[in-house]
Each structure stands twice: as structure tokens, then as C-alpha cells.
Design a protein around this ligand. Structure first.
Ligand SMILES: Nc1ncnc2c1ncn2[C@@H]1O[C@H](COP(=O)(O)OP(=O)(O)OP(=O)(O)O)[C@@H](O)[C@H]1O
Length: 220
């Protein structure tokens, strides 16, 4: 379960602090999906970064299962992010010099050289996202939709409890975007992950079980 309780985020400015998140609370169970929609600058990416423990809240609590990531030391926090959270960004963030297969294996490299069953799992995931015949390609040799499929496979290689996606279809045409939306939800269900997407796309939002609107740092 993901529990977010009264989270705030402020940035210092020369005048008064800029309040970007103002008391955000939400609860999601394993297997649930949520879209957060709202205008530009409303705090969507900031909230997602806090959910994924990439950024610290100014106050409030985030808990995934029994763990509050912000109580961990830096080493354990990095482990938490790597083991428990999968990220899909608008820009795929794939490493250009690595093959598709190697990119999917990147989250496992911290454990040393991937074992044969890790490689098999990556190949199975790549088949699942429709890229069985692209494993040796470099990202530059793929279409935008294919690159997002690789990014989704990479995000799921550790079967994370929490899958976070920031505008994952933002760079895609509407047909490809719909296919990627469906794939995200299907895989999230198969892995029984919690999925939170932030997006301006109503069709992506409609693919999620729940939708919440954020305005001026507050969830409505
Ligand atoms: N590191 C930072 N320092 C100061 N202000 C910041 C910082 N990061 C974000 N902000 C401010 O916080 C507000 C919310 O930003 P955020 O990126 O969360 O918005 P968003 O809803 O994701 O917008 P968009 O839809 O345009 O991506 C913005 O006004 C932004 O200028």
C-alpha cells in the first residue's frame, strides 16, 4: 500500500517560500492505478518525484508498505528507489550506447553481472512489450513508441511495488500513445504494482482506474 499523508513541498525564494504542494494526501492499494491531471505548474512532477523518493517533502509522510523512504540513510534510500520503484519518463532516458536488452538490465547491474535468469526475464519482458525481435537494436534504431516500450520493460525488471510515469505518452502520436497507455495498465496489473501517472492527456488518464485533479499544489 502507498500512503501519502499531508505532504507539502516548499522552495525558498528571496520573498516568501514558494508552496508547490499544499497538504497532499492519498492512499493506493497494490494493483490500483491513478492518473493525476492538472495544469502546467500545478505540482504534478514534484509530487511524482516525492512518491518515488527522488525528492524530499518539506513536511508530511510517504509510506510504501512498511517503509517510509525519507527515514532511510542515503544508501538504503538508493536501494529503495532501485528495488521498489519503477520510473517511466516522457523522454525515455535510455542509454544510447547500450542495446535494448542491456538497457532493460541496467537496474540489475548494481547487483553485479546479471545472471542467466535475469537475462531470460528481460527477454520475456521485451517479448511481452512486443520487441522480441529488437533486443540487439540501439535506442537510436527504434521508433519513439518502441523506445517507450523498452523504458516500460526496464521499469518493470524488478517487478516494483510502485510504477510511476511522468507524461509517458507526451512525445507520441495518438495511436501509439493509446497502445502505450494500454500496455502500461496491462503490465501494471500483471505485476500487481501500484501505478501513478501524471499527464495532460485525457485518454491516458481515462485508462487508469482513478483520476484526481491537482490545482495549485492541492489534490481536489
Ligand atoms: N527545484 C525547484 N526550485 C524552485 N521551484 C521549483 C523547482 N521545481 C519546480 N518548481 C516550481 O514548482 C511548480 C510546480 O512544478 P511541477 O514541475 O511540479 O509542475 P507540473 O504540474 O509537473 O507542470 P508541467 O505540467 O508543466 O510539467 C512550478 O511553479 C515550478 O516552477
Amino acid at each position: 500500500m502507498l500512503e501519502v499523508d499531508n505532504v507539502t513541498k516548499e522552495y525558498p525564494t528571496p520573498a516568501e517560500p514558494l508552496e508547490v504542494l499544499r497538504g497532499v494526501s492519498l492512499t493506493l492499494d497494490r494493483g490500483q492505478s491513478l492518473a493525476i491531471v492538472g495544469p502546467s505548474g500545478s505540482g504534478k512532477s514534484t509530487l511524482l518525484a516525492i512518491l518515488g523518493a527522488l525528492d524530499r517533502p518539506t513536511s508530511g509522510k510517504v509510506q510504501l508498505g512498511t517503509v517510509n523512504p525519507f527515514q532511510l540513510d542515503d544508501g538504503k534510500l538508493a536501494e529503495f528507489r532501485r528495488d521498489r520503484v519503477g520510473f517511466v519518463f516522457q523522454d525515455h532516458h535510455l542509454l544510447p550506447q547500450l542495446s535494448v536488452l542491456e538497457n532493460v538490465l541496467v537496474p540489475l547491474l548494481a547487483d553485479g553481472k546479471p545472471a542467466a535468469d535475469d537475462v531470460q526475464r528481460a527477454e520475456t519482458l521485451l517479448s511481452r512489450v512486443g520487441l522480441a525481435d529488437r533486443v540487439t537494436h540501439r535506442p537510436a534504431e527504434l521508433s519513439g513508441g518502441e523506445r517507450q516500450r523498452v523504458a516500460i520493460a526496464r521499469a518493470l525488471i524488478r517487478s516494483p511495488a510502485l510504477l510511476l510515469a511522468d507524461e509517458p505518452t507526451g512525445n507520441l502520436d495518438s495511436t501509439t500513445a493509446d497502445a502505450i497507455s494500454r500496455l502500461l495498465v496491462e503490465l501494471q496489473r500483471e505485476h500487481n504494482s501500484i501505478l501513478v501517472v501524471v499527464t495532460h492527456s485525457q485518454s491516458l488518464a481515462d485508462a487508469m482506474q482513478q483520476q484526481k485533479r491537482i490545482e495549485d499544489g492541492q489534490l481536489l
